[in-house]
Design a protein around this ligand. Structure first.
Ligand code: ZN
Ligand code: ZN
Length: 155
């Protein structure tokens, strides 16, 4: 029989502990916020608040959609997760805090993380106002994901 591997929730939990340690004690989390973070850390598909609610309600009995919204607001305002806002679409959420931009497939609507090929400094790419200080970069690239591009080529 195969050795049981470490449950992925343990990995997500330790990622959370690392981030909390960096941010200091004021970002200490309630059990609900912790659950919401863990669900998001295990999701790479950039879920909406409703998607997160759908995934968290089985593990956190009695949690409401409003609570999930509040948790997501709290986590993003403390820099523990990122909000992903694409055009007029519903806000999505991302727990990947490595420097990255988002690739959005206009056909199937999936959002994929795109990491820079070399360390990225916004000022090297964009002509920012002299003396500006960058806190974060929100860039979205729109196009067709490999699967949709392939389908388009075949028709
Ligand atoms: Zn696609
Ligand atoms: Zn992302």
């Amino acid at each position: 029989m195969a050795k049981p591997s470490l449950p992925s929730s343990t990995k997500a939990a330790s990622a959370l502990e690392c981030r909390l340690a960096v941010l200091g004690a004021d970002a200490r989390l309630t059990p609900h916020r912790r659950e919401v973070f863990q669900v998001l850390a295990q999701s790479t598909d950039h879920p909406t608040a409703y998607d997160v609610f759908d995934r968290v309600k089985s593990r956190s009995a009695g949690i409401s959609l409003a609570t999930v919204y509040n948790c997501l607001e709290h986590l993003s305002s403390h820099g523990l997760i990122r909000k992903v806002q694409l055009d007029q679409a519903q806000c999505r959420f991302c727990a990947n805090l490595h420097e990255h931009v988002h690739f959005h497939c206009t056909q199937c609507d999936q959002v994929i993380d795109a990491l820079p090929t070399t360390p990225m400094h916004a000022g090297d790419f964009w002509q920012l106002p002299e003396g500006a200080r960058v806190n974060r970069t929100d860039v979205a690239i729109h196009g067709l994901c490999p699967r949709c591009a392939e389908k388009r080529n075949r028709t």
